[in-house]
Design a protein around this ligand. Structure first.
Ligand code: URA
Length: 233
């Protein structure tokens, strides 16, 4: 009998993502499957060209959206199938909206629309205030009835968490309940996860991967560089 081909042997969970036990309870990390690791390897590679970067990021975003939807409440619903029998299923309870943190978060809007066809999507622009060095709200366009909705907050890279915290404060000031916020993210730093999830213990965050940390410019390491530049430029 031949030995298994090493190229097809499953890899164990590896990297800092394996120490998920240390993360706050409201931080959920996608299972570190080999498929996810292969997708992340493509988008992390500096040699990956824009077309492949977009295609591959979109696949990970799709995984995040599908997992995010699992965290919305459902109620029982019975339907009749074409063979004349009843099926006791479920249906989502309550309405949702997406809110992207510009500009990189806009890359996640299509993935949300692919799963929720006519979903309302708002936008928040936060930039660093040159005088105070603090994140400052520059623009917000949110659905009028956002306070009645579950809100999927979209931002692919969570570095220090400053912009994300500001965005969450904007949502709360518009009446969104903290427990109705689901933050979807591709790659996070441990600092960012802790800052966001301990400040807002009732929200839930879903990330694809938690990296090692931040460099002196607050880039995630090993990370993938500037997500917005690689996705849009
Ligand atoms: N935003 C990015 O695009 N990349 C990082 O590493 C951190 C924030």
């Amino acid at each position: 009998m031949s030995s298994p081909n090493p190229a097809t042997t499953c890899l164990p969970a590896s990297g800092s993502n394996a120490n998920r036990a240390e993360l706050p309870e409201n931080a959920l990390v996608l299972p570190p499957t080999t498929q996810l690791q292969a997708l992340l390897t493509i988008i992390r590679d500096e040699k990956t060209q824009r077309g492949d970067f977009v295609f591959t990021s979109d696949r990970i975003i799709r995984l995040l959206v599908e997992e995010g939807l699992n965290h919305l409440p459902v109620v029982p619903k019975t339907v009749r199938t074409p063979v004349g029998l009843e099926y006791e299923g479920v249906t989502f309870q309550g309405r949702i909206c997406g809110v992207s943190i510009m500009r990189a978060g806009e890359a996640m809007e299509a993935g949300l629309r692919d799963c929720c066809r006519s979903v309302r999507i708002g936008k928040i622009l936060i930039q660093r205030d040159e005088e105070t060095a603090q994140p400052k709200l520059f623009y917000a366009k949110l659905p009028d009835d956002i306070s009645e909705r579950y809100c999927l907050l979209l931002d692919p890279m969570l570095a220090t968490g400053g912009s994300c915290i500001k965005a969450i404060e904007v949502l709360l000031s518009h009446g969104v309940k903290e427990e109705r916020i689901l933050f979807l993210n591709l790659i996070a730093s441990p600092e960012g996860v802790n800052n966001v999830c301990t400040k807002f213990p009732k929200l839930r965050m879903i990330t694809a991967w938690v990296d090692e940390g931040l460099d002196s410019r607050s880039y995630i390491i090993p990370g993938l560089g500037d997500f917005g530049d690689r996705y849009f430029l």
